[in-house]
Design a protein around this ligand. Sequence first.
Ligand code: AMP
Ligand code: MG
Length: 419
Amino acid sequence: MKPPPLKDDCFAMPAGVDWTPVDSALAQLRARLHSVTGAETLPLAQAGGRILAQDVVAARANPPYANSAVDGYGFAFETLPEGAVCTLPLATGRSAAGAPFDGVLPAGQALRILTGAALPEGVDTVVLEEDCSVEGDKLAFRAGLKHRANTRNAGEDLGAGAGVLAAGHRLRPQDLALLASVGVAEVSVHQKLRVAVFSTGDEVVDINAGSAGPSQIYDANRPMLLDLIRTWGFEAIDLGKVADDAELVAAALDQGAASADVILTSGGASAGDEDHVSAVLGAQGNLQNWRIAMKPGRPLALALWQGIPVFGLPGNPVAALVCTLVFARPALGVLAGAGWSAPQGFELPAGFHKRKKAGRREYLRARVRDGLVEVFRSEGSGRISGLSWAEGLVELGDGAQEIDHGDRVMFYPYGAFGV
Ligand code: AMP
Ligand code: MG
């Protein structure tokens, strides 16, 4: 079952708006996009990294039966003798994990019980073995235990039928443990979102396609974008590098539309003479040039090409990464079935000074040392080394601002963007 296609006007921007603030651009994307991936059923072992297509309920309780949390001795609490020291006769037999005691423990007796073993009838409380002394068939320990001490109730984590994880949740390793514990052997998940990537620019050369000439640069964006897509759990489709030529760009878009659910391009997204991506999308693909009030990365060309959404990212690698993290990531999440997710940041004191103009949001390459946010020594958008130096981004709001040492700023570790 394939979900319906996106609407033709899904990237339309409100008329009369000049520079779109980041938040309204994000709100537009959030409102207009929906999941485009179908569902499939996978066994748990193959479902890691996938996005749930349906809510999951517990097939069984966890734990399924009351059991002991420690190695020790079990008994019925209300049959404990009075006094500072409790002495109980030990029953023959024991209850071990997977080999429960077969029978009912008589009142006033204690039974050897091991971690994870089912509590037999007649046991509701366990004393830790380190707190006991055993002589022959007599057990002694100091009074003061609480009723049900050192035991786990049936279903105390989750009862049978309880909601476990919701549709849209991306399965992490710990989620697989949870699902197995409640008896869920297979799950309905979204098919992987297929994301096609190509770079543009006559000066851009594939790093594996021979050495670059004196007026050429290596394609830095494509390895980065393809790896981001895989890191986010999507299927990356490499469409290579495309020259600055309208027909070749159109052919690459055709190829992307035939093989993928989304296309990411980098370069040629502005309105210059050699900006063929925006030119082609404008001529044949209902282009919306989003002039986003953000630094870096203002040109963002959004369009549908044969019904497939295209994110035309700026060519500059710093801008390409920031735009991908800020705009493409939440949009891809929606398309993939995971719903919208805003990155979670931390307000931390600045270890830098900066003055900024009003009217645009800024993202600086940043990291945290000794509790202070440091920014990269250069804001130059060609300084790719700053992306690797950084461990996240600091976000400076849309208004004019003067930040002094110690002022609080919003820091997003790369992890907040799933990187
Ligand atoms: P454009 O957006 O095409 O005008 O490119 C902006 C800047 O980014 C130019 O300096 C390009 O040479 C550079 N650039 C474009 N694409 C890439 C790429 N794939 N890798 C590295 N730099 C690029
Ligand atoms: Mg270019």
